[in-house]
Write a new protein. Structure first.
Length: 206
């Protein structure tokens, strides 16, 4: 199991499981490089990363990873079409200023895109908002409203509708619990939207 800053990230194993061995991978918002390291060790990928924070870049370089400092909202436009097999955005979509543009760039740069995010439609989030009347704070949404980096929170239903609007085919979708472990949900989308704390989607261009 992978850890980031001491906290287990089971969802990284789920993301890695969607990547074919030996692929060319771009990890956008790669943090300290935990996912890139996992992919290099387990899948022998040719991995590259983009990370906004200097500390994250330093951590990645210390691990021997090829990572540059950059902003997903502005710097993906510089990457060529079909430069990678997979472009990954793990737990970062909600922190981007222009999620639609970022997703379009990902689908242009990579043959496939993998996106994971916290689900704002999760029942615990809905309950806390309904009962307390305050912005929810959960394990996956831990910041107070006035200091959160998350500026475009969405639900699973929101994401599916955006993917369809962009003309992307959803090849695989995985519902995750609060710890990031997969949960088996054979039910309509509205039930996924209620029961999953997080989700991972594998998209491809139609």
């Amino acid at each position: 199991m992978i850890s980031v800053n001491g906290a287990p990230r089971k969802d990284l194993d789920v993301v890695a499981g969607l990547v074919a061995p030996g692929s060319r991978v771009l990890d956008v918002g790669c943090g300290d490089g935990a996912l890139l390291r996992l992919l290099a060790d387990k899948k022998q990928v040719d991995g590259r990363g983009v990370e906004l924070s200097q500390q994250g870049v330093n951590d990645c370089v210390a691990k021997g990873l090829s990572v540059i400092q950059g902003d997903a909202d502005t710097d993906l436009a510089d990457y060529p079409d079909d430069g990678f097999d997979y472009v990954i955005l793990s737990q970062t979509l909600q922190a981007t200023r222009h999620p639609r543009t970022v997703l379009l760039d990902m689908l242009r740069i990579g043959r496939r895109a993998i996106v994971s995010f916290p689900n704002f439609g999760y029942w615990r989030v809905r309950l806390e908002l309904a009962v307390d009347g305050r912005m929810p704070r959960t394990a996956n949404l831990a910041h107070a409203w006035h200091e959160t980096p998350n500026i475009h929170l969405c639900t699973i239903r929101d994401f599916v509708e955006l993917a369809e609007e962009l003309g992307a085919h959803i090849e695989t979708a995985v519902a995750l619990d609060r710890a990031g472990a997969p949960i088996n949900i054979s039910a309509p989308l509205r039930v996924w939207n209620l029961m999953a704390a997080q989700a991972v989607f594998l998209l491809e261009r139609k």
